[in-house]
Design a binder for this molecule. Structure first.
Ligand code: F0G
Length: 458
């Protein structure tokens, strides 16, 4: 197997979806109508959609077959038991609460545990996690290691929590902290993994201060693969065993099955504490659904269960991580600054560094994302000052980084699609000095990146 260098997709294509080809002139019209916000585009106007890896993957033959087993009983559906068994096989928490997606699990957990005056530390909160913490009146604090905030700095586990900073926070404000969150992999920090050693250290600190530790586990399988391939002593362990050890270090988890359920929708909250679980189930019934379906159809529960059996496969994970790195390596070879090492689900372009002539408050990430779309129909996602720059008190400040994320939907695009992305990105980078910034002309109070409207500056 090592003799051949070409990475092949470990699957064949079984059903095809057409991509509508567009011209630059078409895309300029689409951009103007969308207020230069790529979230406002009609997806038919996108050639290669790298906006997110969330819910956009291709399901397997066996997942489609599992869907036919979906049982839509309101309570106690057999599909619920199939789902429960698959979740607990990897994450043996006592209580599993199904939700329609990850943020519903977050909302329920944080509503139960947080409120005004409380403070939730994490390596880095993802945008919905932060928004759900802040919505309760609590403060979300990011404590990733310093290497995790410097795009060019190489470190095998850039998602690690700064354990000394966590200890300090708990010493200073321990009474205000209802739980500690670790995001695996650390999406907002570049899809970077967290090591088992770091999770064990965080566990020790949580024990010392008697705080529950929750994983935001969306991309747990990629995190486990990075542990297997980068952490000393882990190479010979099955991925599944590493996942179980990650789970054993936590008191609970929130999960988006749109990532590593390999499904198009779904999520769950899992935890060991009986009293908190009861409180969460009451909130679940209020807005999501009964405790054995939580806003999902029985067929979704089946698709997730089958997906969970597929994600811990070495051949899949090797291809996944290798093919993401293939894109990253080509961009770096073309002189485009990227977060390194490459994350599992995406390559993050360092727009602040590529477009150093655009000040952060004129959104270099937005500028780069718009130009990749205008030139080649590629839709990426700004992860920077547009996403994180507006604070609850109304002030605006540059985010710690201005990145453009090219997220790779799972099992969806082929190497020639990726080669096209590389060609377009090279062309855009060569014209970087001619790109201009943007100003926001309309924005909502929270999560502005989803619906803000922009205007070119100059
Ligand atoms: N946590 C992390 C780390 C995430 O990346 C996401 C979603 C969520 C929680 C929320 O899950 O979408 O099912 O409600 N991330 C997607 C993304 C949207 O594009 O990275 P959800």
């Amino acid at each position: 197997m090592d003799r051949w260098q070409t990475i092949i997709e470990p699957f064949r294509i079984h059903a095809v979806e057409p991509i509508r080809l567009t011209t630059e002139a078409d895309r300029e019209r689409s951009l103007e109508a969308a207020g230069w916000n790529l979230f406002n585009l009609h997806a038919d106007d996108v050639l290669i959609d790298l906006l997110t890896d969330s819910g956009t993957g291709a399901m397997s033959r066996d997942q489609w077959a599992a869907i036919q087993h979906g049982d839509e009983s309101y309570a106690g559906s057999p599909s619920w038991y199939v789902f429960l068994e698959a979740v607990q096989d990897l994450f043996p928490f006592r209580h599993v609460i199904p939700t329609h997606q990850g943020r519903a699990a977050e909302r329920i957990l944080f509503s139960a545990l947080c409120g005004p005056g409380s403070c939730v530390p994490a390596n880095t909160h993802f945008d919905t996690t932060r928004a759900n913490v802040e919505y309760t009146g609590a403060e979300a604090v990011d404590l990733v290691i310093r290497e995790g905030t410097v795009p060019s700095m190489i470190h095998p586990f850039k998602g690690n929590v700064d354990v000394a900073a966590l200890e300090q926070l708990l010493e200073d404000r321990g009474d205000a902290v209802p739980l500690v969150v670790v995001t695996v992999t650390n999406n907002s920090g570049g899809g970077q993994p967290v090591s088992l050693a770091n999770l064990r250290d965080v566990r020790r600190v949580c024990d010392r201060f008697a705080k529950p530790l929750f994983l935001d586990a969306c991309r747990f399988a990629e995190n486990a693969w990075f542990i297997k391939t980068r952490e000393p002593g882990q190479a010979d362990r099955p991925v599944k065993e590493i996942v179980r050890e990650m789970a054993s270090l936590a008191d609970g988890m929130t999960m988006s099955a749109k990532k590593y359920g390999l499904a198009n929708i779904g999520g769950w909250l899992a935890l060991n504490d009986d009293a908190i679980a009861e409180q969460c189930r009451s909130l679940l019934i209020l807005t999501e659904g009964f405790v054995t379906y939580g806003g999902l159809a029985g067929r979704d529960l089946e698709a997730i269960a089958q997906g969970l059996r597929e994600v811990v496969d070495d051949d899949y994970l090797r291809y996944r991580i290798r093919s993401t790195a293939y894109l990253g390596e080509a961009l770096v070879a073309a002189g485009i600054p990227c977060v390194q090492p490459f994350g599992g689900h995406a390559v993050y372009l360092d727009a602040r560094s590529l477009l150093a002539h655009i000040p952060p408050l004129e959104y270099p990430g937005q500028s780069l994302a718009v130009e990749l779309y205008r030139a080649g129909g590629i839709r990426g996602c700004e992860i920077g000052t547009v996403m994180f720059g507006r604070h609850p008190d109304g002030s605006e400040a540059p985010a710690s980084m201005d990145l453009v994320r090219l997220a790779i939907p799972r099992r969806t695009y082929t190497q020639s699609h990726v080669d096209y992305v590389i060609e377009v990105a090279r062309d855009v980078a060569a014209r970087a000095p001619s790109l201009h910034g943007y100003r926001i002309v309309k924005e909502p109070a929270a999560l502005r990146h989803f619906s803000a409207r922009f205007e070119p500056v100059g």
